[in-house]
Design a protein around this ligand. Structure first.
Ligand SMILES: Cc1cc2nc3c(=O)[nH]c(=O)nc-3n(C[C@H](O)[C@H](O)[C@H](O)COP(=O)(O)O)c2cc1C
Length: 213
């Protein structure tokens, strides 16, 4: 009887340890983005760079809204997006880097797909990036933009395209009471290795996101 009790307790302990561990699901289905929010003029009034965040994960609905605002599909019949892109190449891929892993944002399916498990936030930038609840990476698929850039660099069109996406994130964050800042400082080579993506993907900008403290 005593042996049975010990085994039972061990099973409970193992189960709770497994539940407590932060695992990264392969797919994160995002809910429909909500159309509620403050006016554009109010959001512009409040737009600012914020580098300190509350120690709190991003809620799923906020994540959905944020990614859709960044570079989601707003005209499904044409596959067009919330940010413009030169010649509609849509060459920018958005990655979301959390404590649990790195995810690719599939805009057409409006979901996140696991690219690399584990905490790689420090690869996205210096200092506070390592602890920010979310770091976005905007990567240009330079195979889509063709010649015009030096090897290992993005095309100037991609820099412009990322600017629109980044500002969408700034404005959504301002409207939702969240903080964000555009950033440099990522480790291109280490990211390519960890994410197992083709070297033609060049990171153009990082952007940290979190709730206000
Ligand atoms: C392309 C770009 C790169 C930036 N890189 C960094 C950075 O590496 N670290 C940082 O703390 N802020 C960075 N910023 C944020 C700027 O410092 C910030 O926008 C500027 O100080 C103006 O402040 P505001 O955004 O609150 O108006 C960057 C902004 C841009 C547009």
């Amino acid at each position: 009887m005593k042996k049975l009790f010990v085994m039972w307790m061990a099973a409970i302990l193992l189960l709770s340890a497994a539940c407590a561990a932060e695992t990264a699901p392969a797919i994160i289905e995002l809910p429909q983005p909500s159309a509620d929010g403050m006016s554009l003029m109010q959001a512009l009034k409040q737009r600012q760079s914020v580098r300190e965040y509350a120690d709190r994960e991003i809620a799923l609905q906020d994540l959905s809204n944020l990614l859709w605002a960044a570079f989601g599909v707003n005209r499904p019949e044409e596959g067009k997006r919330t940010a413009p892109s030169g010649s509609n190449r849509q060459e920018i891929e958005v990655y979301a880097v959390f404590k649990t892993g790195i995810y690719h944002y599939d805009a057409a399916k409006h979901r996140l797909e696991l690219t690399a498990e584990g905490d790689h936030r420090a690869l996205t930038g210096r200092g506070f990036a390592a602890t920010a609840p979310l770091n976005l990476l905007f990567m240009a698929d330079t195979d889509k933009t063709g010649p015009g850039a030096k090897a290992g660099e993005a095309n100037t069109v991609s820099y412009v395209d990322v600017g629109y996406i980044s500002q969408n994130v700034y404005l959504y964050c301002a409207s939702a009471g969240m903080g964000t800042v555009a950033r440099g400082g990522w480790n291109q080579d280490a990211l390519i290795e960890v994410m197992k993506i083709k070297p033609a993907y060049i990171c153009v900008l990082g952007q940290s996101v979190g709730y206000l403290k």
